[in-house]
Design a protein around this ligand. Structure first.
Ligand code: DGJ
Length: 358
């Protein structure tokens, strides 16, 4: 049974510690990667690394240890106390490697670094070897802007943007067409993120860019360790984070949240016929009473898991964050159901995979 929001013990009885996570299905086993949190507010930063668990049935999870550990050696980009969030792992057929991407904030910089980082391993559980961090698509213009908008900022525009002292939250005068031009040379910002592998084997990095104002969808290179140099801006100025992507009946559905820090907010569902867009925002996929819809059952999306071997079976994986005592954050999984051609989520106190058989 899945019991959304309750403590979820691993096979040794210890609560699963894999927040902001994602799942790789490989070799008949599910591999769940997530942020290992420690107690207190300190747990909002990385002190251990990313935990990995394995399961054959999605309910009983074996602790497989730390897949990528913080590293305090000189020159390390992932020392204890940095921010490492939302790890996602995919398998690369071209190289045979398992490739992990995550959100990295260098130690001491708050969330201003806005970088993504990559680590690889020869086996699903790792340990993973840290490769590099980057800001995606340096020197590359997005594909879906007009030719005349592919230009660096003027000095006046740059000064205006600087004066706004942008953070990561929405506000009315957010200049939605300036940030990608500011970041063209040095690379686009990358905070909350996910990975998605399409039916044709192409892999994509979906990340909150432009001070969280706009999502970017970037194609990955064949070895999945760098961007390939093709990307689009998605829903400029709408401030989506926590992206999680699924494909159903040939259409792409994006679950995401508003930008309200650790506090839950109404989830958003968007749809597109091509991953390159255009994307249309549909509304809140959480169906329930007012409070449940306003806070998405007290959750923020992290991943959508297609259940192999079952028709139309997808699991909404989300976090119920507890920023004052990060280790107490809860995992909240709910089955996705389809209504009027759209994936939606309803509350269940408990459920099992049998819901997909009816
Ligand atoms: C919301 C994000 O979704 C989380 O991953 C984390 O970055 C928090 N914001 C930090 O406030």
């Amino acid at each position: 049974m899945f019991k959304p929001g309750e403590l979820w013990p691993d096979t040794h009885g210890t609560p699963i510690n894999a927040h902001g996570g994602g799942i790789l299905f490989h070799g008949g086993t599910y591999w769940w990667f997530g942020e290992h949190k420690i107690e207190g507010e300190a747990g909002n930063r990385a002190h251990v690394g990313f935990h990995v668990y394995a399961s054959e049935n999605l309910v009983d999870w074996r602790d497989e240890g730390i897949a990528l550990a913080v590293d305090d050696s000189p020159g390390s980009e992932i020392p204890g106390g940095c921010v490492m969030e939302r790890p996602k792992v995919i398998h690369c057929p071209a190289t045979g490697k398992f490739v992990m991407w995550f959100h990295l904030e260098p130690k001491g910089g708050g969330y201003s670094g806005a970088r993504c980082a990559v680590a690889i391993a020869d086996t699903p559980a790792g340990p993973y070897r840290y490769l590099h961090s980057l800001r995606p698509n340096a020197g590359v213009w997005p594909e879906n802007v007009a030719e005349e908008d592919k230009r660096p900022l003027s000095a006046e525009e740059a000064a205006h943007l600087e004066s706004l002292a942008l953070g990561g939250a929405p506000f009315p005068w957010y200049p939605k067409h300036l940030c990608y031009r500011r970041d063209h040379e040095g690379g686009q910002m990358s905070r909350d993120m996910t990975l998605f592998v399409d039916d044709d084997g192409s892999a994509y990095h979906i990340h909150a860019a432009e001070n969280n104002g706009t999502l970017h969808i970037s194609l990955l290179a064949d070895d999945f360790t760098t961007p390939a140099g093709r990307y689009v801006r998605v829903m400029p100025g709408r401030f989506h984070e926590a992206p999680a992507l699924m494909k159903w009946n040939g259409r792409y559905f994006l679950f995401s949240s508003d930008c309200t820090g650790w506090s839950p907010n109404p989830t958003r569902l968007s749809v597109a016929d091509s991953i390159w867009g255009p994307w249309e925002e549909l509304g809140n996929p959480c169906i329930g009473n007012g409070a449940q819809m306003a806070n998405s059952f007290e959750s923020q999306p992290t991943f959508i898991l297609p259940v192999p071997g079952k028709q139309d079976a997808f699991i909404y994986m989300a976090d119920r964050w507890r920023p004052r005592n990060a280790i107490d954050g809860r995992h909240l999984w709910l089955p996705i159901v389809f209504k009027h051609g759209c994936p939606v989520i309803e509350w269940h106190d408990q459920w099992d995979l049998g819901v997909f058989d009816v």
